[in-house]
Structure formats: structure tokens, C-alpha cells
Design a protein around this ligand. Structure first.
Ligand SMILES: Cc1ncc(COP(=O)(O)O)c(C=O)c1O
Length: 389
């Protein structure tokens, strides 16, 4: 019998959920009594610091915070974002015009194409990449063009390889450094070349900076630190990873005014802003001590070193992350990323994310998330000692 309701063409065009089989295998293993070590989740296991939680509790009691918030965010929140950008990156922002609050950076990233992409227009998306760039483009009836992040180029794309007709019809380029899933960082020259390319071709450069505060060497640059960036760059940022606040749903977009105005116009039609008590907790985070960030990074550094060591001892090729809480690892010869992920789960009870889940450019790799504590990582390393592949 025909279904009464049919999904829209744009929903049908969304890629299938690739991890269904891995999820099923994980559930099976757990049922069999296997102690599955899950390195699949990009969600910090560390708690939100107390001073932030306390700020929320206090703010939630204030009656004025129980009403609809404004779409762009409280001025005091936007001022705190500006102070954070100046303190950590030396970037000056006008809190009235160059900052918009978001219900997590995912919300802003997903809404941007609706503001600038017409049917059939292109967006340029990194591959491998965070799947939302691709999905949000399809929801806006646009066409995602996948720019392969090339290993030989330190996991950056080569803009010269984008066909001319795609460039002519491209409205947004998404980039993400420090990068999920490869953990790559990029240098100033690359950012400059991306800004110039987007400027010359009237393309908004949407930089996803979700992992900007998780690093082990040099501080990764904000794209807005580069001269003339404000002509083309909108930067998406988040409190999720910096302050262990993934569940709170608070982020922000900063930079180019026209991009922000478009985003805000979409938001006024689809959401009602961020709960003000969460914004006040966000202010406590952004204006609080940077010790929180440093402590997190020390924890991730120790985990990184343990896991990287173990993987290398097991004979795997690892890209030692300079930033992010991900470890990008090459699969051994003869395996696809899905096969290798299944083997790790079956033979060692270790769950990782197959690179193919982030696009074809991720084939040949798997991703480990450093969101498990050191003793769990040690257990995983022990299991890998006898691992045959
Ligand atoms: C690359 C990247 N961008 C954005 C996000 C979304 O973060 P949030 O919506 O919590 O700010 C994530 C979350 O995993 C991510 O990995």
C-alpha cells in the first residue's frame, strides 16, 4: 500500500546513516558481555566547571530570564564574546553588529545556507568533514561540492582543483581548523589563500572554529586575525568543547556583518534565541579564568600521548594531533575504514568512527575520540598489544 505521506525530495536526498551496522554490532557485543571501549563519541566526558553551573542556577531563578530571549542574544553575552575574542585572539569585535548568539554552533552552521543559497547553488565543503555542511546545503536545495582534504597538503584542500563552473555558482565555503576528523591545524598562509579565493569569487568563508581552544602546541588562529578577513569571513564558535558544555546548546557567530544579518533573519523565523540563564552561564564561562582551558588541554594531552603511543606500538600510522581531541589513524593495508572499524570492535572490543562516515576523503582512516579517561585508554592499549591485522 502506498504511504500516505512522502518525505520531501530534499529529505530523501540526505545521505543514509552509515553507522547503523556499527551501532548494531556494538549493541550485540554489549549483550554478549563484552566491555566495549567507545572512542566514537565526540562529547567530552569532563564536567562543566562549577562556577558556570552555579551561574546557571542563580540566573534561572530570575524572572526576567524566564521570558523569550532576543534572537541576536543579550548585549551582555555579546560583549562577553567580544572580550573573549580580544583576550584570546587579539580580535576586535563590535558586539552590536559583529556577534550573534546561537543555540550551539551547529544551529548557525545549519541555518547559514538557508540565508544565502538558492536552488542549485553550490557550497564548498571539506571532505572528510563534519556532516552538517553537506546536510544543511541539501536542506537549502543547494549542491555540496566536496573539496578533498589531501594528506600530502596537511589535510587542506587545493582550491585550484575546484571546477570553474562550481566556483562561479558557489555561495559559501566551509572550512574547519583545528579540523574534525583529521585533527589537522592550518597555517596563516593557507588562511590568507582561502580569504583571497573567497574574496575574488564573492563567496562567504564560513569558518567552523569549534575546536579552537583545544590544542597542545601553538594556539590555532582565528581566521579573523588575518587582515581583511571581515570582508568575507563568518566564524562559528562554541562553548561546547572549550568549557565542556555540549548539552547546554550555546555558541555564537562572529565576523562579516552581511553574513550575520542573513543568519539572523533565518533565525527570527525558526527559533527564539538562547535561554537567558544559559547566556548568563556562558558569560561566566567566557569571562572566567583561562585555567579551565589549560586544565582541559593537559588532560587531553596525557590521553593523546598514551593512545598515540599504544597505536604506534601496535604498528598503526597515526597523525599526532596538535589540536582537537581526535586521533586520526591510517587503516592497515588491505582494509577499508569500515572493515577495520568492525575488526577493532569484533577482535578488541574497541569502537572507533570509520573515516568514510565523514565523506569519501575519509576512506582509509579511522577516528579515535579522546573522550575517555587514562585508565580506559590504558585498557584499550593493552588490548591492542596482541592485536593482529
Ligand atoms: C566540527 C564541528 N563543528 C561544530 C560542532 C557543533 O558543536 P555545537 O553545536 O555543540 O556548538 C561539532 C560537534 O561535534 C563539530 O565537531
Amino acid at each position: 500500500m502506498a504511504e500516505r505521506f512522502e518525505f520531501s525530495e530534499r529529505l530523501n536526498a540526505m545521505p543514509p546513516y552509515l553507522f547503523a551496522e556499527i551501532d548494531r554490532m556494538k549493541a550485540e557485543k554489549i549483550k554478549e558481555g563484552v566491555d566495549v571501549i567507545d572512542f566514537g563519541v565526540g562529547d567530552p566526558d569532563l564536567p562543566t566547571p562549577d562556577h558556570i553551573v552555579n551561574a546557571l542556577c542563580e540566573s534561572a531563578r530570575k524572572e526576567e530570564n524566564q521570558k523569550y530571549p532576543s534572537y541576536e542574544g543579550m548585549l551582555s553575552f555579546r560583549e562577553a564574546v567580544a572580550e573573549y575574542y580580544m583576550r584570546r585572539k587579539g580580535v576586535k569585535l563590535d558586539p552590536e553588529k559583529e556577534v550573534v548568539s546561537l543555540i550551539g554552533s551547529k544551529e548557525g552552521i545549519a541555518h547559514l545556507p538557508l540565508a544565502f543559497v538558492n536552488r542549485g547553488d553550490y557550497t564548498l565543503v571539506p571532505d572528510p568533514g563534519y556532516p552538517v555542511y553537506h546536510g544543511a546545503t541539501l536542506l537549502a536545495d543547494g549542491k555540496p561540492y566536496h573539496m578533498i582534504l589531501e594528506e600530502e597538503r596537511g589535510f587542506t584542500p587545493d582550491f585550484d582543483k575546484i571546477p570553474e563552473d562550481v566556483v562561479r555558482n558557489a555561495k559559501i565555503m566551509f572550512l574547519n581548523y583545528p579540523n574534525n576528523p583529521t585533527s589537522a591545524v592550518c597555517d596563516k598562509e593557507f588562511i590568507k589563500s582561502a580569504i583571497d579565493f573567497c574574496y575574488d569569487n564573492n563567496i562567504i568563508l564560513a569558518h567552523d572554529a569549534a575546536y579552537t581552544d583545544i590544542y597542545f602546541e601553538e594556539r590555532p588562529l582565528s581566521f579573523l586575525e588575518i587582515d581583511s578577513a571581515f570582508d568575507v569571513v563568518v566564524e562559528f564558535n562554541s562553548l561546547s568543547k572549550t568549557y565542556n558544555m555540549t548539552g547546554w546548546r550555546i555558541g555564537f557567530a562572529v565576523g562579516n556583518e552581511t553574513a550575520l544579518q542573513g543568519l539572523l533573519k533565518v533565525k527570527t523565523n525558526v527559533d527564539s534565541g538562547v535561554f537567558q540563564a544559559v547566556q548568563e552561564a556562558g558569560i561566566a564561562a567566557l569571562l572566567g579564568s583561562d585555567d579551565v582551558i589549560e586544565r582541559n588541554n593537559e588532560i587531553y594531552r596525557e590521553r593523546r600521548d598514551k593512545l598515540v603511543n599504544g597505536l604506534e606500538k601496535a604498528g598503526l600510522k597515526v597523525f599526532v594531533p596538535k589540536a582537537t581531541f581526535y586521533v586520526w589513524c591510517k587503516v592497515p593495508d588491505g582494509y577499508g575504514s569500515m572493515d577495520f572499524a568492525k575488526k577493532l570492535l569484533n577482535d578488541a572490543g574497541i569502537l572507533v568512527t570509520p573515516g568514510i562516515g565523514f565523506g569519501e576523503g575519509g576512506e582509509g582512516f579511522v577516528r579515535f575520540a579522546l573522550t575517555r579517561n587514562v585508565s580506559v585508554i590504558e585498557k584499550a592499549v593493552e588490548r591492542l598489544e596482541g592485536f593482529e591485522f
